[in-house]
Design a protein. Structure first.
Length: 368
């Protein structure tokens, strides 16, 4: 494993040609707790440079997200920001051997990084990795034994992520339209994977008008079979999602999708709210201000999507589902506070979210 120092705490490169492993582990900030918590993403990047850029962006976001979680939990959940990415196609490259090699790389860091599920990873995958390293979260529900250690698994983080998204969407509707009822509100969902399909359920049952798209035709077919009232944009037309008239855009797939072009298109399509589970939705920080300039209310991604990270963070201190749910339900009220302060100060909401996260880190640094 090679090490690269940057403006980050550390960036590690791990390779194992025998199983095709090419992995980057980025540790951004270890102020909270002395160890970083963040998911492991498997994605077919176009280049190693692209994988490194994504790892660094995701790790930075985890620093902010974990600071927010520290705030929401009253300091009970304390982790720094980190992320791992594996350069590969999860459909063809994700073998047992690759997962075990990735686990070995994480174990070599001696607990500085704690991994978990992210795009391309499932509960069964982290279960395999737990065979080689204890520094992994998101185990299936129930008690697990590894050598002399027992662990209560938190299970699939998607439902609690979706809970936070639903709480956040409700606060967005109140802030922008003064309503809670979703009946006939138009939603466009980009991505119907683990979290996105639960959001479809929540919106459909609430009477919303839903348009969904994904690059995976099978995922769309599964949604349509359960919720026939949902309108579908086929994979080859998924880019049209930015041009379809709607009130709320819900990004639940890849990040960096909010840029000069897409914000302009969303504005012309009548979008008034952006609230979803995708990480790093803004291509650049200035795009938050662009949304604000277009009078589009943006729910800062690392706040609204913190539910899943709350769930796995609980696993590191002794999993308690009722407590995890209780903390996740604070996401909505925190967003309401962020929106109020942003309105009072006439700044974009992510500025207020950043101030809260930075305040947590400054306070922790002053204590150390």
């Amino acid at each position: 494993m090679s090490v690269f120092d940057d403006d980050f705490a550390r960036i590690y490169f791990a390779k194992d040609e025998s199983v095709g492993l090419k992995m980057i582990i980025a540790l951004h900030d270890l102020t909270l707790g002395g160890k970083a918590l963040g998911g492991i993403r498997i994605y077919p990047y176009e280049s190693e440079e692209g994988a490194v850029i994504d790892a660094k962006r995701l790790a930075r976001a985890m620093t902010c997200k974990n600071a927010i979680i520290h705030h929401l939990s009253g300091g009970d959940l304390s982790h720094g920001g980190g992320k791992a990415v594996i350069w590969g196609d999860p459909k063809t490259d994700k073998t047992r051997g690759l997962l075990l090699a990735a686990a070995d790389a994480i174990n070599d860091l001696g607990g500085k990084y704690i991994g978990g599920e992210d795009m391309g990873m499932k509960t069964g995958d982290v279960q395999v990795m737990f065979e080689r390293t204890p520094h992994i979260t998101g185990l299936s529900e129930g008690v697990h034994m590894r050598r002399c250690e027992s662990r209560i698994g938190s299970g699939d983080p998607c439902p609690i992520t979706a809970l936070g998204i639903s709480e956040g969407i409700e606060q967005c509707l109140i802030q922008k339209f003064g309503i809670r009822n979703m009946s006939n509100v138009r939603f466009s969902i980009q991505g119907v994977g683990g979290v996105g399909k639960i959001i479809v359920k929540y919106l459909s049952e609430g009477g919303a008008r839903v348009l969904a798209t994904d690059t995976d035709a099978n995922a769309l077919e599964a949604v349509k079979s359960i919720y026939p009232g949902v309108n579908i944009l086929e994979p080859e037309r998924c880019d049209e999602i930015y041009d379809r008239e709607c009130d709320v855009f819900v990004p639940c797939a890849i990040g960096a999708i909010l840029n000069d072009d897409t914000i302009d298109r969303l504005s012309r399509a009548g979008v008034k709210i952006v609230a979803g589970c995708a990480n790093n939705q803004l291509l650049e920080p200035r795009h938050g201000e662009e949304l604000w300039r277009h009078a589009i209310l943006y729910a800062p991604d690392y706040v609204i999507n913190a539910g899943g990270a709350i769930n796995v963070a609980m696993e590191t201190v002794g999993y308690d589902r009722s407590k995890a749910l209780s903390i996740a339900k604070k996401i909505g009220p925190l967003l309401a506070q962020i929106f109020r302060e942003a309105e009072q100060k006439r700044v974009p909401p992510e500025i207020i979210a950043d101030e809260i996260a930075e305040g947590v880190l400054i306070k922790a640094k002053n204590k150390s």
